[in-house]
Design a protein around this ligand. Structure first.
Ligand SMILES: [Zn+2]
Length: 286
């Protein structure tokens, strides 16, 4: 099965780096996307370019080439935000770190990132149960330079924006908000369709589906107009109107969900600012 996965990845990789701008300065922030075999890596242009996510193991050279095509040579990158500890998003984080890039990641995923493991799958559909046999499972472990428990201001990285903790897809999932909070680089909060990539779809896996949906609603309530995603996209907030509704989820199990997933609760949870909260524990690196 692992051989089949490698062949599958090689076929995808044969397409080479696909790099293009997906937002420009007139949208509030210039953002480029490098489409790798398993996921998208984004670059936000500021005083220094910021990478959002890091592809899968073995994709570093392709990522560097894609970044170069977008006008963001690897030597110009000061920081990278890893939206969560899945193997298709955190794969080259340690290599980036060794290249001098400051790695920012969610505190809730250290059990994955410290061990370099994808972690448990929680499929949201039948196809996902099959797909998981083909997905990358491991990556080089890393200890993030900044662990985000709540919010992190990206000014030291040369970017006008912030990282916000949005647990749900995984406990340590984070999004990057730029363009005065109107654009969210949202990892796997949801995904674009496999064929119609700008049509919203439930992500294949969600550790906590209801909490993930609550985060989508919270971000829209905060003013997000565009979601730049780890798979497919970008997708406008208008395009997901009627999808991922708290009301639908609550209706499925009203007794269990009463009082949960309130926007006010989530907003309060995200209100404190944690700046540069460095990992206090030492851990030998491979
Ligand atoms: Zn994921």
């Amino acid at each position: 099965m692992r051989r089949a996965a490698l062949v599958f990845a090689a076929l995808l990789a044969a397409c080479g780096p696909n790099a293009r701008m997906v937002k420009t300065a007139k949208d509030g922030a210039a953002i480029g996307t490098v489409k790798l075999s398993w996921s998208n890596v984004h670059v936000v242009f500021g005083t220094h370019p910021l990478i959002v996510d890091a592809g899968a193991t073995g994709e570093f050279a392709e990522l560097v080439e894609g970044l170069r095509l977008l006008g963001a040579p690897i030597g110009s990158i000061r920081c990278a935000v890893i939206t969560h500890g899945h193997a298709d998003h955190a794969g080259t984080a340690r290599v980036l770190q060794l290249s001098g890039v400051k790695i920012i990641a969610g505190a809730g995923d250290v059990d994955r990132t410290w061990r370099g493991v994808h972690g448990p799958h929680h499929p949201t559909g039948v196809f996902a149960r099959i797909l998981k046999w083909f997905l990358p499972e491991t990556y080089r472990p890393f200890v993030a330079d900044v662990l985000v428990t709540d919010r992190y201001d990206l000014a030291p990285c040369g970017i006008e924006g912030e990282v916000v903790a949005t647990p749900g897809h995984t406990p340590g999932s984070v999004v990057v908000l730029v363009a005065h909070g109107t654009i969210a680089l949202a990892g796997d909060l949801f995904r674009g369709g496999l064929v119609f990539t700008t049509s919203p779809a439930e992500h294949f896996y969600q550790d906590d589906l209801k909490r993930d949906h609550a985060q989508i609603q919270m971000l829209i309530a905060r003013g997000v107009k565009w979601f730049v995603l780890g798979h497919g996209g970008p997708i406008s907030a208008a395009a997901i109107r009627g999808r991922f509704q708290l009301e639908q989820l609550a209706a499925r199990n009203p007794a269990k969900n009463r009082g949960r997933f309130q926007l006010e609760q989530l907003a309060a949870r995200n209100s404190a600012i944690v700046r540069d909260q460095r990992e206090p524990l030492a851990r030998p690196m491979r």
